[in-house]
Design a protein. Sequence first.
Length: 237
Amino acid sequence: AVVSTQSTGKRTVKEQTRVSWEAYPVDERVHWVTQWPGQVVLAVSQIYWTQEVHEAIRENNLPDYLQFLRDQLEAVVALVRGDLTKQARITLGALVTIDVHARDVVEELANLQVSSENSFDWLCQMRYYWEDDNCCIRIINALIVYGYEYLGNSFRLVITPLTDRCYRTLVSAFHLHLGGGPEGPAGTGKTETVKDLAKAIAIQCVVFNCSDGLDYLAMGKFFKGLAAAGACSCFDE
């Protein structure tokens, strides 16, 4: 029963993503963002952003596209100032975070005068594609199929250059069926970065605060659960 519930959940999220992807070009964006679940809005918005950046690089008009993104962001900000439901407000909060990063990336590409789709400055970004009726994510030469796990309508982390570097390393490791170990001082956002990456690829992430009492038996139980759930985990401290 649990397995069928999980697979039905994934199928539902995938179907919603597909229908929303078809609706995006038809509907006005400010109206579209309030009509779909938060997780779907973020994924589909990034799929179209990737597609539009590819087109802008091909046609060599990144500065024009940058202005288009700024206008798009201002339209969403104006929407946030209006009267919204609680759920729509959370969705738009996360969308503004993602949109700001998208605008910054395009601004950087425009400043670097990127003219090729194979430029490393573009390939090192997290890019979403809709291919063969499926959403997949690419960074550099790594490819991950979007997980479609229902993670609810949640806030997203502000993406900094350091977050981007962590994503590159962790996604490349994930692509090679390896793990990663972010290291650094306490309170700098290592755990939050891992959790946010899991949200970006729609896979459940289980965070566990380790202590001295964690022996091989407890680890065995933990990995049994992870294998059964298909989740990724973060062993903290």
